[in-house]
Write a protein that binds this ligand. Structure first.
Ligand SMILES: Cc1cc2nc3c(=O)[nH]c(=O)nc-3n(C[C@H](O)[C@H](O)[C@H](O)COP(=O)(O)OP(=O)(O)OC[C@H]3O[C@@H](n4cnc5c(N)ncnc54)[C@H](O)[C@@H]3O)c2cc1C
Length: 498
């Protein structure tokens, strides 16, 4: 077994890991990034909806289980850049109210251990780093920004500009989605949506094209691909002494001064549990018994809105949202969630995901304006990731579903009023952990959290976990910008520790 050393070992090159690497690279410390996946291959299938959605060309060769042992192939992507290679590039802030305790139809969403104001400067920095296009003046639910977006928002395509006008007339306040997209560059690779499509030309500002590219400009940063971490080994003082991994079938170990675990909420929890030893029999960082618990995802539905005599010629579509029901709007003023456009739905997506006959799918896809309706999933101790015979078991206890149903009803009312008489919705299935979070929550109380306020493990002085796992709540907006902002904040503390 070969053994090497590094100042900082980062496990995973997704949104958390790559942003950490970029922020730490200028320190000159020896940084080694261990990434399970390879580069996204630059093949025609990256722009082929049938290959992506029907054939599952980029899905992993991996099986997780439900608690009753039913195997499933998760929509979790292992590439350099992680899940952000496939993402919709919506880089949106949590609302300020998301940091406070809030009552939902399905229960309470707890307060964060830090305020919105504490994270705000890091949000600003993350938006600059990921070159976000947006306009903070359009949406009344937008929290305070200390600066402006670095670039103006992306223009609506004609059918979406018309939809924006119709929504205003219907009484809601549409606003531009904040996006990390260079649209000219993206379209050079093909006239397709970017949402759910792999990025190979840097048209999306993702963890690889931005965070990792920045980090790898520094000679002290090394990326090892096809490198799967299997176990963290502790020393007698509880520090992480070695990171064990396999590459090309061979076993290796690396001795880190500091380890940053950024394998994604599900895999980071799995790795901590798999690293149990005599001193830490319940897994690492798990004296609180919270590793893997409070797993959250979003409650999401796709909603197709159409008029039989109006066509939607949009290519990518995804430039609009409305948050009129985000802070209230439900029974007794309960918050319901965010409504944003999906990337344009195409015939292969409808034939594969909704099992529609091709002519029906084609008729719908030519006309529909397609929405992503998203509601908060509340944290629960019983919603969790565990291991069974080394395999990941995902026991997602979906919560607050009544808020989601209410949001779908409200959204349909609005869209009907806006001139879309045909409205079809379908909930996203449970095998899609796109917005997974919350398995290694941060907090001030070591009895009820895994990480301290700087995302350092309470139980291990040189272990930080920086990915979607720290999130104490899922809110009802896309998570990547909040992960990047926290990574930049944590990096300041790692600089002192390394
Ligand atoms: C289709 C899709 C659309 C999305 N759209 C949006 C969007 O528009 N906006 C948004 O905010 N979010 C979106 N998301 C979610 C977003 O991509 C994730 O929230 C974000 O990437 C999570 O960052 P992370 O660092 O937690 O994990 P990831 O980005 O998933 O990174 C984890 C990395 O760790 C690696 N890894 C895992 N296990 C190991 C191991 N044992 N050893 C070594 N490496 C390992 C993985 O290969 C991966 O590279 C979307 C996700 C999907 C799938």
């Amino acid at each position: 077994m070969a053994e090497t050393e590094a100042d900082i070992v980062i496990i995973g090159s997704g949104m958390g890991g790559a942003t950490m690497a970029a922020a730490l690279a200028p320190t000159g410390r020896q940084i080694v990034i261990l990434e399970r996946g390879d580069h996204m291959p630059d093949v025609p299938e990256t722009r082929d909806a049938k290959a992506i959605f029907a054939d599952g060309r980029f899905r992993p060769d991996e099986v997780w289980e439900t608690p009753d042992g039913t195997p499933f192939n998760p929509g979790n992507f292992y590439f350099v850049g992680g899940n952000s290679k496939m993402y919709g590039a919506v880089l949106i802030r949590y609302r300020a109210e998301d940091f406070e305790e809030r009552q939902h139809l399905g229960g309470s969403s707890p307060a964060w251990p830090i305020s919105y104001a504490a994270l705000e400067p890091w949000y600003q920095m993350a938006e600059e780093m990921y070159r976000v296009r947006g306009d903070a003046t359009q949406d009344p639910s937008e929290p305070h920004h200390s600066g402006t977006y670095p670039y103006p928002s992306l223009l609506d395509e004609p059918a979406i500009a018309e939809t924006r006008r119709r929504l205003r007339k219907a009484g809601v306040t549409p606003s531009s989605l904040p996006l990390g997209v260079d649209i000219d560059r993206w379209l050079e690779g093909g006239h397709t949506p970017w949402d759910g499509h792999p990025d190979t030309n840097g048209g999306k500002m993702d963890a690889e094209s931005v965070g990792l590219a920045e980090a790898l400009r520094h000679p002290n940063v090394t990326l090892l691909r096809n490198t799967r971490v299997n176990r963290l080994e502790t020393a007698s003082d509880a520090r992480i002494a070695r990171v064990h991994f396999t590459q090309d079938g061979d076993s290796h170990a690396i001795k880190p001064k500091v380890t940053i675990l950024s394998a994604g909420a599900v895999n980071s929890a799995a790795l901590l549990l798999a690293s149990a030893n005599d001193n830490f029999p319940n897994g690492l960082a798990n004296r609180s018994d919270m590793v893997g618990r409070r797993f959250m995802n979003h409650n999401c539905s796709a909603l197709l809105a159409l008029h039989p005599f109006r066509r939607n010629h949009s290519v990518y579509q995804k430039t609009l949202q409305f948050n009129d029901f985000y802070l209230g709007g439900g029974p007794d003023g309960a918050p319901l969630g965010n409504v944003q456009l999906l990337g344009k739905i195409t015939t292969p997506i409808l034939t594969s995901q909704a099992k529609l006959p091709r002519p029906v799918a084609a008729w719908l896809a030519a006309r529909s304006v397609d929405w992503y309706v998203m509601s908060e999933d509340l944290p629960s101790r019983d919603s969790r990731v565990t291991l069974r015979n080394g395999r990941i078991v995902l026991d997602w206890k979906r919560s607050n579903w009544q808020a989601h149903e209410a949001l779908v009803v409200k959204t349909k009312e609005v869209l009907r009023k806006a001139g879309f008489p045909i409205l079809l919705s379908k909930a996203f299935d449970r095998r899609t952990p796109s917005h997974q979070c919350g398995t290694t929550v941060f907090g001030a109380d070591r009895a009820s959290s895994v990480l301290n306020l700087h995302c350092r493990a309470h139980d291990h002085p040189n272990l930080f976990v920086v990915d979607a796992g720290f999130l104490p709540t899922s809110a009802a907006v896309n998570p990547a910008l909040t992960i990047a902002a926290m990574a930049l904040r944590v990096a300041e503390h790692v600089k002192e520790a390394a």
